[in-house]
Design a protein around this ligand. Structure first.
Ligand code: FES
Length: 75
């Protein structure tokens, strides 16, 4: 997945990995970022992991929920 392992933690606050996001998208029919937030709780605390425009952290995230959604929704 975009050069990251499935166990890479995308949302550090809620400890949500790429594998959790894949499950939400492939198995639980998440269609958009708000579905992802609801199903996995990713992005529901500091919210820096949702998309780059919302990343106000000192250390920027390497990958965002939005990137993963976009990538997985391609196929
Ligand atoms: S890193 Fe995802 S809500 Fe904070």
């Amino acid at each position: 997945m975009l050069g990251f392992d499935d166990n890479y933690e995308v949302c550090n606050c809620k400890k949500v990995t790429i594998s959790h996001l894949k499950d939400a998208i492939y198995n639980k029919n998440a269609q958009n970022l708000s579905d992802i937030q609801e199903l996995t709780t990713a992005g529901t605390e500091c919210r820096h992991c949702i998309f780059p425009e919302g990343d106000f952290g000192k250390i920027k995230k390497k990958i965002y929920c939005k990137d993963i959604l976009k990538e997985l929704k391609k196929d």
